[in-house]
Design a binder for this molecule. Structure first.
Ligand code: ADP
Ligand code: GLC
Length: 490
């Protein structure tokens, strides 16, 4: 099969900038696609916080972006994904992107990301490269398929196929209708069959309605979001597009996330020789001012503290867990105020047994993955989840609620059955989580050999990107065929 030209348009690209797993996914999948022979390139905004890793050069000439009443001017920088020849284009535009945050609190995310999405198309013209497929990620890129289907139809870009990936349906980019004239889109699109909802513009919906093909990041989530219960108000759209929607599991960047080489760890280990893991546990206990206790089970958390992640359930269960069980907790996260406050209270109330860092810290995230015995993820909803995959790769047993990608990647422990890669529960309640943490702690103390075998099974799972990258390549071809069949040739 001939190679494809694929443009990734994304608000986050690891290792330059990330707010969550979307950045991890977009930083990893293109490398695998390039290894399969495809010409993959990426576009991302140049936020003030972007790490300028590797060599950077400006693309000649200014970048004219056709938004608003007058062309806005920006600048394009070119670098590559580290260790590869995959080009990454960063869009410099100080008014929108000089600030450090990816998603800003200033109330102009709608204009910032419409500008970005339109700029990504302008970059194709600037560098003289027309992709076969544009792969957009979440709502910030949702208008791209709309332009290709409307104002750009009949141009070279108008023939390009689009694949739109849902990473998280909870964030839809619901914006004021000012977006429409700003994007230079016709008012005829402002209807419920296109991008309008609740009197505003819904950029996620725009992508879902207009993209050639849709994907999301796990098969179970692909099913869940078609139901009224989990469809975040867009289930009817997803049902109507069901023939064009598939779930493909995310993978792990196995070079970056490897306990045998991870530079963030004080000691290294592998399934063949787990000894370094104890040194990581000791270092984690020291870092978070926990008692040095090699024989006490340590439960780790690394997450955005959003309601989706269910960590309010842990906050609720924690006092009773600490009173009744001989365990320790290492918590890393920021977000939801009451959950942060509850974690801080637990640290004060159980000094030396609960440690927390309320912030974002990439190095500590890795130390928690390596140094913990268990990784707690009681998500109410989880499109895929990467942290449970990292935990398994680092020999740390995940404790998860059976939802979305967690249900697709973690197999429940059954005593004596030589099966299972973690501990799985069903109800989104503090009690169910309490019981499961108790079950895990009992396994640690009473059946250490079984836990050791579970750990090794988890480490032996193959979550590398290879298989999923081949599936994305199939989706791209499917999209190109479908687009060619509907759009007249030049
Ligand atoms: P989501 O994208 O919903 O946040 P994922 O599990 O897919 O969930 O990915 C989360 C990513 O963000 C992981 O790489 C995780 O290590 C990282 N992460 C989340 N919270 C923090 C934090 N407080 N500090 C450092 N890294 C974090
Ligand atoms: C979203 C989801 C998470 C998923 C990530 C990468 O942030 O919340 O479950 O792993 O995107 O696709």
């Amino acid at each position: 099969m001939p190679p494809l030209k694929i443009l990734f348009v994304s608000p986050e690209v690891e290792p330059f900038v990330k707010a969550g797993g979307l950045g991890d996914m977009v930083g990893a999948l293109p490398k695998e696609l390039a290894a399969l022979g495809h010409d993959v390139r990426l576009v991302c905004p140049l936020y003030g916080s972007v790490k300028r890793i590797g060599a950077w050069e400006p693309v000649a000439g200014p970048l004219g972006v056709e938004v608003d009443s007058q062309t806005r001017w920006a600048r394009t920088w070119r670098t590559t994904l580290p260790g590869t020849a995959v080009p990454v284009y960063f869009i410099e535009h100080d008014e929108y992107f000089a600030r450090p945050e990816v998603y800003s609190g200033a109330g102009d995310n709608d204009l910032r990301f419409v500008f970005f999405a339109r700029a990504a198309l302008a970059v194709c013209e600037q560098v003289g490269w027309t992709p076969d497929v544009i792969h957009g990620h979440d709502w910030t890129t949702g208008l791209i398929p709309v332009w290709l289907n409307t104002t750009l139809r009949g141009t070279a870009l108008g023939r390009v196929a689009t694949v739109f990936t849902i990473h998280n349906l909870e964030h839809q980019g619901l914006s004021d209708k000012r977006v429409l004239p700003y994007a230079r889109l016709p008012w005829s699109e402002f209807n419920a069959q296109s991008l309008e909802s609740y009197g505003g513009v819904n950029m996620m919906k725009a992508g879902l309605v207009h993209a050639t093909k849709l994907t999301t990041v796990s098969p179970t989530y692909a099913e869940e979001i078609r139901t009224a219960e989990s469809g975040c108000g867009l289930d009817h759209v997803l049902r109507s597009r069901a023939p064009d929607l598939i779930g493909i599991l995310n993978g792990v960047d196995t070079v970056s996330w490897d306990p045998a080489t991870d530079p963030a760890l004080p000691a290294h280990y592998s399934a063949a020789d787990l000894r370094g893991k104890a040194a990581c546990k000791a270092a984690l206990q020291e870092e978070l001012e926990l008692e040095s206790a090699p024989g006490v089970p340590l439960f780790g958390v690394v997450a955005r503290l959003a309601p989706q992640k269910g960590l309010d359930l842990l906050a609720e269960a924690l006092p009773l867990i600490m009173q009744r069980m001989r365990v320790q907790f290492a918590l890393l996260g920021s977000g939801d105020g009451p959950t942060e406050a509850a974690f801080a209270r637990a640290v004060r109330r159980f000094p030396g047994r609960v440690g927390a860092h309320l912030g974002f810290d990439a190095g500590l995230a890795r130390l928690i993955q390596a140094g913990s015995d268990f990784f707690v993820m009681p998500s109410r909803s989880e499109p895929c989840g990467l942290t449970q995959l990292y935990a398994m790769r680092y020999g740390t047993a995940p404790i998860v609620r059976a939802t979305g990608g967690l249900a697709d990647t973690v197999w429940n422990y059954a005593p004596g059955a030589e099966a299972g890669t973690g501990f799985v529960f069903g109800d989104a309640t503090a009690l169910a989580l309490y019981d499961t943490i108790g079950w895990a702690a009992a396994t640690y103390y009473e059946r250490p050999q079984e836990l050791d075998a579970l750990r090794r099974r988890a480490m032996a799972q193959d979550f590398s990107w290879g298989r999923s990258a081949a599936r994305y390549a199939e989706v791209y071809r499917w999209a190109v065929e479908a687009r060619t069949a509907t759009v007249a040739p030049a």
